[in-house]
Ligand binder design. Sequence first.
Ligand code: PAF
Length: 214
Amino acid sequence: MDIITTPKEMTRYAEKARMAGELIAFVPTMGCLHDGHLALMREGRRRASIVVASIFVNPTQFGPNEDFARYPRTFDRDCDLMRTVPVDAVFAPEVAAMYPPDAQTWVEVSELTQGLCGSHRPGHFRGVTTIVAKLFNIVQPHLALFGEKDFQQLRAIQRMVADLNFNIEIVPVLIVRERDGLAMSSRNAYLSADERERALCLSLALRAAREKHR
Ligand code: PAF
């Protein structure tokens, strides 16, 4: 598995792969990988000849009082997990390489990002769509895979791809859950036993609603 740290090197890798006729699947992540991420990578493996994943804790999608500084960074363990898929290349740039100090350009999906998560995380989706657009330009994938767990994010990215004419297929992948129904998330590690118990009410309520609807 190649570990690539500069945008230039990453683009060179992608261009070489495209020239050789390879089909590139891309899975952007912030690391601290779990089975949900690996499901995205395995789906990419099934659909393409090259799988590229990125690990980048993107500062612009965190609010000033959010967990950017303490977001778990587990690069060596993540690489071991990605080798099991296997992933062909991991792009893991430094913040300065992605956001030069004189950068002034943002990518923003205006309406879909209002409400839900957007209403209590101002600026979050602008950070997400900006970094994903930059990663798409650098990695040049044919397809990119996103989990349905972050459904608003998925819809915003689909909108951005359509609006900005990215020639990339967005592949949604089903939520991967713990045995008791909790959706897998890197941030589940923050939950106390009591909070984890209470978080379950979401999947229980969704299941109950589905049963009632049948
Ligand atoms: O879903 C995530 O992990 C992030 O929002 C993403 C898409 C990697 C952008 O930083």
